[in-house]
Design a protein around this ligand. Structure first.
Ligand code: ATP
Length: 206
């Protein structure tokens, strides 16, 4: 059977080492050979990104340079905002056909909101969910299961989840990086060096 298409979406405003470490941990646990990072044009649940689409894309390219695990899809940047996961999945499903699995990585923290996503019932038919949970893992798992059972019914929710992955607790977020840059604090070791250099050269988030 062919490898699944694995999607890891985000605003990546900017991409940081927390994203990369989590994505690698998921790939290792699931045996993925490729993972597609999907920067959103503007998440329906977030305001406008602080950096332009082009800058966020460039930072992603710099971050993954030389790493064969990752590729980037511009599918959401090419559509008018807002970026709905349903539209992305439908477009990918149309181009890959019905036989290929699509695994959608979703942070356990996002799961509570997932039932409210645009066409959530169709989202879970188009893709299998891969839940990325941060410590304390054993506390989150039962909550996630019951939340999905409640929303989609036990039969459907059992088939929906391709897997649950444990990602390490890396306390880095894009918002913290933007805040630090705004206040002149260091972001060293939080983003790949090439990304920091790009941010500095372009004066982003200053
Ligand atoms: P912001 O601080 O602006 O909300 P963010 O750092 O959470 O941004 P996103 O681009 O929104 O970054 O995240 C994309 C995906 O990466 C989400 O599924 C999110 O759960 C996950 N993610 C973000 N930061 C981490 C981290 N430190 N460890 C593990 N996963 C992370």
């Amino acid at each position: 059977m062919s490898d699944p298409i694995v999607l890891f979406g985000g605003t990546f405003d900017p991409v940081h080492n927390g994203h990369l470490i989590a994505a690698r941990a998921i790939a290792e646990q699931r045996g993925y050979r490729k993972m597609t990072l999907v920067p959103s044009a503007r998440g329906p649940h977030k305001g406008p990104a602080a950096a332009s689409d082009a800058d966020r894309l460039k930072m992603l390219q710099l971050a993954i340079a030389g790493d064969n695990l990752f590729k980037i899809s511009e599918i959401e940047l090419q559509r008018p905002a807002p970026s709905y996961t349903y539209d992305t999945l439908r477009e990918i499903r149309e181009s890959c056909g019905d036989d290929r699995a699509i695994d959608l990585v979703i942070g356990a923290d996002m799961l509570a909101d997932m039932p409210n996503w645009y066409r959530a019932d169709d989202v879970v038919k188009l893709a299998r969910l891969v839940i990325a949970a941060r410590p304390p893992w054993d506390q989150e798992a039962p909550q996630i299961a019951s939340l999905l059972d409640e929303r989609f019914g036990k039969c459907l929710s059992e088939g929906m989840i391709a897997g649950m992955c444990k990602t390490p607790l890396i306390d880095i977020s894009s918002s913290e990086i933007r805040r630090r840059l705004g206040s002149g604090a260091s972001i060293r070791y939080m983003v790949p060096d090439a990304v920091e250099q790009y941010i500095r050269a372009r004066g982003l988030y200053a």
